[in-house]
Write a protein that binds this ligand. Structure first.
Ligand code: AMP
Ligand code: MG
Length: 500
């Protein structure tokens, strides 16, 4: 008999600290105290993540720490400095303008994670902005990072969401909130760019060595560690974006300062999951040129890796030509890594066990049909698992999502033929496999918006409902069927901008 062992949860002050990132010190970051948050109200606490961290959920002092109103014992909070390419333009000075690392702890499994408050007040890098985050964007980050985690997509996580009546001026006056984010590292591409472009090349190695020691320990001490580490970063980035594409996730602000050195989805702003599928969908209404449209994401990811690789040149060789050659060979890994990961995932979504000649064409034909019909991305793929190979009955469900039914019927005939060519053609087994990669529930904008509006009226229950729903995105949840619906017409075009 299995005996479930309750995890050994501890109050925060008994969790071991391990300030490896803080120990890097100046010039990588600056000590800053959080600005206290008036009248904090805990809107949500991620008990599942807390248990993973070994944290006792009944710890009242912890809530004050997560609001920024009390320090984590024996840790001096820090804000990191970085730069970045924003919408393609170089910005030499950014940094954590409103994020503070408030602890680095060892989890019960021995892994080190960092806790970071977002919206905890001004820092030396705030560039005149208020250091706060509004409730609306904090709810979106909180929900989406956990939704991505449950989808199996690498991401920073969120432990807590605290709201306050403190007014915050954006386009209108809103109110403040603070989320506590959790990740093994929040180091961004832009941190390396900062030191490279300021000609502080000696600062690159300690930062890279820290990242390698903590997060790529198999490379630590190896003579060619920087090149091998960069290869892994580039491949992780490619695989991450393949995951975004195949789940219909648009990041919205793929600036290099928002790119994680661990290949995590980082900095949730005006992101969006595709409802109606349009290849060039731009989810960020502040992205006037459509630089970060859905179909541009893979190439933008590649361009971002080129910015990181340029910043890493001094790590690779003192000889500029040799360093450039190494960088070129690393850069060339992105495209095949992306293609491999993407085709594998698209094939999984179609229930194909192996990728054969012609499968790429089958996938792109389907995407073209979805695009022309503005079909719902998530629903269309989910319904595909219902296609039967043993009969030619219409593909119920998915056919209703499609506009160009003639093109779709021709496609379905080819798809069925392709399925029949699989070694094992058991429909039920294939459907089960497909339902583990084609989510039923994603954080559609209108669902997040409903939770935001309710929370603004003082009702947090919808946040909890969505947290529960999105923690099982691949499962049928019959009592929550309506959450799988496409948005009603009037909620299809919610405007989500950079303002947060
Ligand atoms: P983002 O567009 O959220 O990635 O932010 C770009 C940069 O501006 C980051 O360095 C942020 O820390 C900073 N920033 C964004 N909003 C604020 C704010 N309200 N106060 C201070 N800094 C901010
Ligand atoms: Mg950012």
């Amino acid at each position: 008999m299995d005996i479930a062992v309750a995890p050994d949860l501890k109050p925060h002050d008994e969790i071991p600290l391990d300030p490896r990132y803080a120990d890097l010190r100046d010039p990588y970051h600056t000590p800053v105290l959080p600005t206290p948050l008036p009248q904090p109200r805990l809107l949500h606490f991620n008990a599942a993540l807390a248990a993973e961290l070994g944290l006792d959920t009944g710890d009242q002092e912890l809530i004050e720490i997560l609001s920024g109103n009390r320090p984590w014992p024996a840790y001096a909070p820090i804000a990191s400095v970085y730069a970045g390419h924003q919408f393609g333009s170089w910005v030499s000075q950014l940094g954590d303008g409103r994020a503070l690392t408030i602890a680095e702890i060892r989890k019960p499994d021995g892994a080190r994670v960092e806790l970071q408050l977002k919206g905890a007040g001004q820092t030396p890098y705030s560039r005149g902005a208020d250091g706060r985050a509004v409730l609306r964007s904090s709810i979106r980050e909180y929900l989406c990072s956990e939704a991505m985690h449950a989808l199996g997509i690498p991401t920073t996580r969120c432990l807590s969401l605290v709201a306050s009546p403190e007014p915050v001026q954006r386009e209108t006056v809103e109110t403040a909130a603070v989320v506590c984010r959790v990740a093994p590292s929040f180091v961004r591409f832009g941190q390396f760019e900062f030191f490279y472009h300021r000609n502080q090349h000696a600062q690159l190695a300690p930062l890279a060595d820290h990242v390698i020691a903590e997060n790529f320990p198999h490379l630590a001490g190896e003579p060619d560690r920087y090149a091998r580490w960069l290869e892994e970063v580039i491949e992780r980035t490619a695989r991450l974006i393949a995951q975004w594409q195949t789940v219909g996730f648009c990041h919205g602000v793929m600036n290099t300062d928002n790119f994680s050195i661990l290949g995590l989805t980082l900095d949730y702003g005006p992101f969006g999951f595709l409802d109606a599928f349009r290849q060039h969908h731009v989810c960020n209404h502040s992205d006037y040129e459509g630089r970060y449209g859905y179909d541009s994401q893979p190439l933008i990811g590649q361009w971002n890796t080129s910015r990181l690789l340029q910043a890493a040149l001094p790590l690779l060789s003192d000889n500029q030509q040799i360093a450039a050659d190494i960088v070129t060979s690393i850069y060339e890994r992105y495209a095949p890594a992306y293609s491999r990961a993407a085709i594998r995932r698209w094939a999984d979504k179609l229930g194909l066990r192996e990728v054969r000649d012609g499968d790429t064409g089958l996938i792109s034909r389907l995407l073209t049909i979805l695009h022309h019909g503005k079909s719902d991305f998530t629903r269309s793929f989910r319904h595909l698992s219902r296609v039967r190979t043993d009969t030619d009955t219409p593909a119920n469900g998915v056919r209703e999502e499609i506009c160009d039914v003639a093109a779709f019927d021709a496609w379905i005939a080819d798809y069925r033929a392709r399925l029949r060519a699989e070694q094992n053609t058991d429909d039920a087994a294939r459907a089960a496999r497909m339902n583990r990669v084609n989510p039923k529930y994603v954080l559609r904008n209108h669902l997040a918006q409903a939770a935001i509006e309710r929370a603004m009226d003082g009702d947090d229950t919808e946040i909890d409902t969505l947290m529960q729903l999105l923690s099982r995105p691949y499962d049928e949840q019959p009592d929550r069927e309506r959450y799988a619906d496409a948005p009603p017409d009037e909620l299809r075009h919610l405007e989500i901008s950079c303002s947060s």
